[in-house]
Design a protein around this ligand. Structure first.
Ligand code: XLS
Ligand code: NI
Ligand code: NI
Length: 436
């Protein structure tokens, strides 16, 4: 079947185009700062929202009834969905996708049943990857939907649940490896707690670390060289998520000797929920060599949960691309649209509008960020601000040539420090706006 007969391959038509099924800014082969836009952005579609999202919410039934979906939990229906998904990726010109094990294939009565169904669907995914050239950005295991994971998976107080989660991740890693996945993601799901009366915090964190070490060992065993990624997120679904933000994740990884094996997958709306900006989270991860990939979406500042909207704010995408350009860009990671249609956007064609808009917003952000990078006025103000560290006392301190005693001597002799200079924030904001 053809699911989107009215759509042909989405092409770049330039900023003047009024065609809603064309790119105005994303021109995959165009080279910017020495790299094609395709390679800078490495766009990816998520299977869970785009092909399993129904528009249902806690107040109402599904609104998106897809003509290709028979509503059953059968393997045949799952396979039909795979065909449709690849038609979508191909027509969109999106090089990557990402999935959870339970999005692509139905969960059976036993783990063995689930694994069999997964194998049957994965065979078709592999065939479709070969046919289209679309690649797998990452796989991940859903360790949060089933009630068995209600107290957590690797951090469950129930040791059998830990074992079950390990078996599920083992299988999902094998499948990700089979499909040539370039990364493997751990989002914490229900790894966290609601209160400390029933929670042994230290023991749960030890278990989480043990789980990750087992995953690292198994990757070696099967020759999976994809990058492991942890996706920070605070306060949803549990009150205290263990992987609450980039700093918490990096601290955890360092404490348990895991920094060589993991990087971070930073998601925009998770950053917002943690009380940070996306750019802060990216910059913080990047300066420690821990930036791996991004889950591209946006939240709503008036709503305190993970609304997973498509990113359209060009200021936001510019800040993201600025940090990526500064730190050498994405390596194995991608710009993964962990975003879903609003409940009221009910037509299959809305999936195209949403992704085209997100891709164009990032492409435009990349163009603007590149222009900002070349702005000598902005660069000069930043450089001048730290000029005192380039000579004399500043350079000696940076070279670790001083102790508190010699610094005291200097301060006593010097008297008041040299006067401070203006931070120029307003001027910098004006200079930035010249690039839009
Ligand atoms: C949930 C997360 C999830 C991960 C994959 O908020 O964003 O979708 O990306 O498990
Ligand atoms: Ni995500
Ligand atoms: Ni999320």
């Amino acid at each position: 079947m053809v699911a989107f007969p009215e759509v042909r391959r989405i092409e770049y038509e330039g900023p003047q185009s009024r065609n809603p099924l064309a790119f105005r800014w994303y021109n995959p082969d165009e080279v910017i700062a020495g790299k094609s836009m395709r390679d800078h952005l490495r766009f990816s579609v998520v299977y869970w929202h785009t092909f399993r999202g129904t528009g249902s919410d806690p107040f109402g039934a599904p609104t998106m009834v897809r003509p290709w979906d028979d509503g059953s939990d059968s393997v045949a229906n799952a396979i039909q969905r795979v065909r449709v998904a690849f038609e979508f990726f191909e027509k969109l010109g999106c090089p990557y996708y990402a999935f959870h094990d339970r999005d692509v294939a139905p969960e059976g009565a036993t783990l063995a049943d689930s694994n069999r169904s997964l194998d049957a669907v994965v065979a078709v995914m592999k065939e479709e990857q070969q046919r289209t050239g679309v690649r797998l950005l990452w796989g991940t295991a859903n360790l949060f939907s089933d009630p068995r994971y209600m107290h957590g998976a690797a951090t469950s107080p129930n040791a059998d649940v830990f074992a079950h989660a390990a078996a599920q991740v083992k299988k999902c890693m094998e499948v990700t490896h089979e499909l040539g996945g370039e990364n493997y993601v751990f989002w914490g799901g229900r790894e966290g707690y609601q209160n400390l009366l029933n929670t042994d915090l230290k023991r749960e964190l030890d278990h989480l670390a043990a789980f990750f070490h087992l995953a690292v060992d198994y990757a070696k065993k099967i020759g999976f060289h994809g990058q492991f990624l942890i996706e920070p997120k605070p306060k949803e679904p549990t009150k205290h998520q263990y992987d609450s933000d980039a700093a918490a994740c990096i601290n955890f990884l360092r404490t348990y000797g895991l920094t060589d094996h993991f990087r971070l997958n930073i998601e925009t709306n998770h950053a917002t929920l943690a009380g940070h900006t996306m750019q802060h989270e990216l910059e913080y991860a990047a300066i420690q060599g821990m930036l791996g990939s991004i889950d591209a979406n946006t939240g709503d500042l008036l709503l305190g949960w993970d609304t997973d909207q498509f990113p359209t704010n060009i200021y936001l995408t510019t800040e993201i691309m600025l940090t990526l350009l500064r730190h050498g860009g994405l390596k194995t990671g991608g710009t993964n649209f962990d975003a879903k249609l609003r409940r009221e956007s009910t037509d299959p064609i809305d999936l195209f509008y949403a992704h085209i808009g997100g891709m164009d917003a990032f492409a435009r952000g990349l163009r603007i960020a590149n222009s900002i990078q070349g702005d000598d006025q902005i660069r000069q103000i930043l450089a001048d601000r730290y000029a005192s560290w380039n000579v004399g006392m500043g350079s000696e301190i940076e070279a670790r040539k001083h102790d508190f005693k010699s610094l005291e001597q200097y301060a006593l002799q010097k008297g008041n420090p040299a006067p401070n200079q203006s931070g120029r924030q307003e001027l910098l904001e004006n200079l930035l706006n010249r690039h839009f």
